[in-house]
Design a protein around this ligand. Structure first.
Ligand code: PRP
Length: 181
């Protein structure tokens, strides 16, 4: 594609494919939570803000949103990083039907940390949703609502960044190795 940024090798998932899949995930969630008073979407910053906005706008069941911010050392390729809580939820989630919304599951450490932390707060139910999941995983966990499985390459766009760049691209693209070398 001629107008691709020089940092990018190729588009992995197009905008149209993302939007179609987000619609399917929203339909599936609406079906699964039919009859529930409300769903509680917890977006993980920064990466999940775009996916959460699209998912929420396509979701036909009543829902509310809140956010957490986490960070971990040794991200993206390095092993053994420790997850740190930067910003917590504003409200308790006791008796709520919570869905954690993530942009990416990479090592799985962030999601594992969140599942442990949030399940201890007494939600009525707790599920997970991510737009992409890499093959490489240190932690084995279930993603209840998954957009796409992707190869172990550095990806940007649709919330995903490299050094805070390329986050707002409407598609998901592979970064050239020389861009992060
Ligand atoms: C990314 C992403 C997930 C996490 C997944 O966040 O948003 O939260 O990494 O990685 P893991 O499965 O290896 O734990 P990042 O720390 O890059 O922060 P950001 O969303 O603010 O860019």
């Amino acid at each position: 594609m001629s107008d691709l940024h020089p940092d990018l090798a190729r588009i992995l998932i197009s905008e149209a494919d993302i939007q179609a899949r987000v619609g399917e995930l929203a339909d599936q969630i609406a079906q699964d939570y039919a009859g529930v008073e409300r769903v509680y979407l917890v977006g993980i910053l920064k990466g999940a803000f775009i996916f959460l906005a699209d998912l929420g706008r396509k979701l036909s069941v009543s829902h509310t949103v809140d956010f957490m911010a986490l960070s971990s050392y040794g991200k993206r390729g390095a092993l053994g990083g420790e997850v740190r809580l930067i910003m917590d939820l504003r409200e308790p989630i006791m008796d709520e039907h919570v869905i954690i919304v993530e942009d990416i599951v990479d090592s799985g450490r962030t999601l594992a940390y969140l599942q442990k932390s949030l399940s201890g707060r007494g939600p009525a139910s707790l599920r997970t949703c991510a737009i992409v999941r890499k093959q490489r995983r240190e932690v084995n966990l279930t993603v209840d609502y998954l957009g796409f499985d992707i190869p172990d390459v550095w990806v940007v766009g649709y919330g995903l960044d490299f050094a805070d760049k390329h986050r707002t691209l409407p598609y998901i693209a592979e970064l050239k190795p020389e861009a992060y070398a």
